[in-house]
Write a protein that binds this ligand. Sequence first.
Ligand SMILES: Nc1ncnc2c1ncn2[C@@H]1O[C@H](COP(=O)(O)OP(=O)(O)OP(=O)(O)O)[C@@H](O)[C@H]1O
Ligand SMILES: [Mg+2]
Length: 345
Amino acid sequence: MELGKSFYTKLLISRNSLLGIEQYIIDPEREYINICNNLQGTLLKIGPTSDTYINIFDIRKESTEETEKGYLATKIGKLIGFFNLIFGEMNEEEKAILEEKIIECYRNKGITFEDETLYKIKIINENPVSVFKESKDMPILEDLYNILGNSEKTKTFKVKLIPFVKGSLKFLNNYTNIEINNKLIIADIYELGEENIKYGMYIFTELFWDKIKNDRKIKKAIYLDEIWRLIGVTSNKHVAKFIYQIFKTIRKYGGSAVAITQDISDLFSLENGTYGKSLLNNSSIKTFFSLEEENIKILSEYSNLSEKEKIEIKTLKRGECLMFVGDEHILTKIEADDYEKDIIT
Ligand SMILES: Nc1ncnc2c1ncn2[C@@H]1O[C@H](COP(=O)(O)OP(=O)(O)OP(=O)(O)O)[C@@H](O)[C@H]1O
Ligand SMILES: [Mg+2]
């Protein structure tokens, strides 16, 4: 139901940009273009008609901090999440085989579990300098496809990768050619279409997450609209875990995360609601627009709603919401002044 979730998000974005906060938005519905233009943001687009690319195999310098496990190990975890979206839920054996193949892909590029292998020597002003490897030094999807061979065990992987290597999604089979250097970045993934939008969401979430980790002193925010597409019914543990980890740890990187969804039952569909619950528990502000009976029931299982609030939530109008801030529950009206409305619509 159109009750003002995105409107409120846009208002937040425009106000946060006044505060100089770095902002990353994942836009599955192509509805943030105006605000992007009005606030001089950068629009990143991937899709069949776009010639900007992101390579899911990229390992970025900022992806791992000193105290964490190494670059490749961290990346493998995230890739397993991505391939879960493509291959569906995998059993332990399938996961192990896939992991072995991923490791082989990187090894063929000279990248191993030794973090030094992520660096190369580049001649800059006639001097040899050690620099972090770039996208074109990494594998791409085709490299995985090519080594999957035709054994019974890997055949289904290979078949499922065909669209990504030769078919409608082959724009995902390229080295990254974009750079991010703006305070407002919108990721337009609308063109991927209903079925495939989750891939775009995952790829951009991963890219933005690395950016967010880059410098703890910079204040930043990430917005994931229509998040049910990523962690709803069709999703799996690995992806949900990755998103949950962002919500759990982003504060320590000077950031905040905003997840927007129209259907909370989706959030609680996985693993008896474990991930939905963690998302809620790790959100310091929760904003509920009008909900239907069924969703109110789910919500009251996971938070303390009074009988009065249950009725209130049902009768909220567009732009009205019930906000949970700590233990406080506050009825709120989202109001933008004309100047703000011009910017966001
Ligand atoms: N607080 C508000 N003040 C003025 N207009 C609003 C307000 N909230 C929403 N609108 C308008 O109502 C319409 C729907 O709002 P919005 O797109 O934010 O809904 P939504 O909850 O994100 O819907 P969906 O579930 O389809 O994503 C938009 O045209 C928006 O401009
Ligand atoms: Mg919306």
